[in-house]
Design a protein around this ligand. Structure first.
Ligand code: NAD
Length: 298
């Protein structure tokens, strides 16, 4: 008998992830409150059910891919009692480390098992089944969920105990946000000083300032043809999502007494940019630096 998987949250990420599980032969009981998401899941071959509770009652593993920690905790409180004892709950949403730990505690207190397993790789990675999973929780539970991660992902890392998967995700994205702002400030300074983008790239891409933000995701058009800057900053990775992740990182810095002034400032800078440009790729922050520096270039 094949494993039955409950899947809650069939949005941009959860929809294609659930579809990949169906394609791999899993029986997927799927729920989302949005009718269009349910329709798509049905077309993809999932068994769509009318409530979250109905998605978990027969499942051995329950995956959630939800907007934020409040929704994850609300959903867990609704569904935990409906699941068979020992069900493995795997939350793939990006949420606060503290919320992830609380979700795991709730699941364990109800007689179940839990992992946090946030992802990177975006909608394209979800569709292609090439996501990176960063997983927190017990080794035996990680081993039980590994076959599913391998269907939906390309790289899977067991990072540590409950909440440590979320920790890996926010540490990485905090560094990415900081490096994109730092690079953008350097590019705008170079512009003011007469340094062309091509010469900037030529020097820095092989010097000690080299970073992924420059060589894979250059925030100005030209040097890296596939970067969103060449496509009018269409995402990519939207500013709204970067703002969310930096907010989670700033919360974790505060909650853990880390003197993370640059991380906190990066969260502030993106929060302000997000109010006007949330739909644009996060590398468009270079246009914000220019605007704040009195430069005309768009
Ligand atoms: P989304 O808004 O497209 O999907 C969330 C889905 O959850 C929606 O379809 C919504 O209707 C559903 N939902 C809300 N309440 C529900 C409930 N009570 N029961 C069942 N479903 C419910 O968001 P997304 O882009 O798919 O992102 C999902 C998560 O993945 C977020 O935590 C996000 O931060 C994270 N993430 C997103 C990306 C990305 O590129 N989009 C990349 C990595 C991680």
């Amino acid at each position: 008998m094949s494993t039955t998987v409950g899947f809650l949250g069939l949005g941009h990420m959860g929809g294609p992830m659930a579809a990949n599980l169906v394609r791999a032969g899993y029986r997927v009981l799927a729920f989302d409150p949005v009718p269009a998401a349910r329709e798509q899941a049905r077309a993809d071959g999932a068994e769509v059910v009318d409530t979250a509770v109905a998605a978990v009652a027969e499942s051995e593993i329950v995956l959630t891919m939800l907007p934020n920690g409040r929704v994850v905790l609300d959903v867990y409180r609704d569904i935990l009692d409906a699941a068979k004892l020992g069900t493995l709950f795997v939350d793939c949403s990006t949420i606060d480390v503290a919320d992830a730990q609380q979700a795991a505690e709730l699941a364990v207190a109800a007689g179940h098992r839990a992992l946090d397993a946030p992802v990177s790789g975006g909608v394209a990675g979800a569709a292609a089944g090439t996501l990176t999973f960063m997983v927190g929780g017990a080794e035996t539970d990680f081993a039980a969920a590994l076959p599913l991660f391998e269907v939906m992902g390309g790289k899977v890392v067991h990072c540590g105990g409950a909440g440590v998967g979320q920790a890996a995700k926010i540490c990485n994205n905090m560094m990415l946000g900081i490096s994109m702002i730092g690079l953008s400030e350097a590019i705008v300074l170079g512009e003011k000083l007469g340094l062309s983008h091509d010469k900037f790239y030529d020097v820095v891409s092989t010097a000690s300032g080299q970073c992924w933000s420059l060589t894979s995701y250059c925030p100005v058009p030209g040097p890296v043809p596939a970067s969103p800057a060449n496509n009018d900053y269409r995402p990519g990775f939207a500013t709204a999502l970067m703002t969310k992740d930096l907010g989670l990182a700033a919360n974790a810095l505060r909650a853990n007494g880390v003197d993370g002034r640059i991380g906190a400032l990066a969260a502030e800078i993106y929060d302000r940019f997000n109010r006007t440009d949330g739909e644009r790729d996060f590398s468009a922050i270079v246009t914000d630096v220019r605007r704040r520096s009195g430069e005309e270039r768009p």
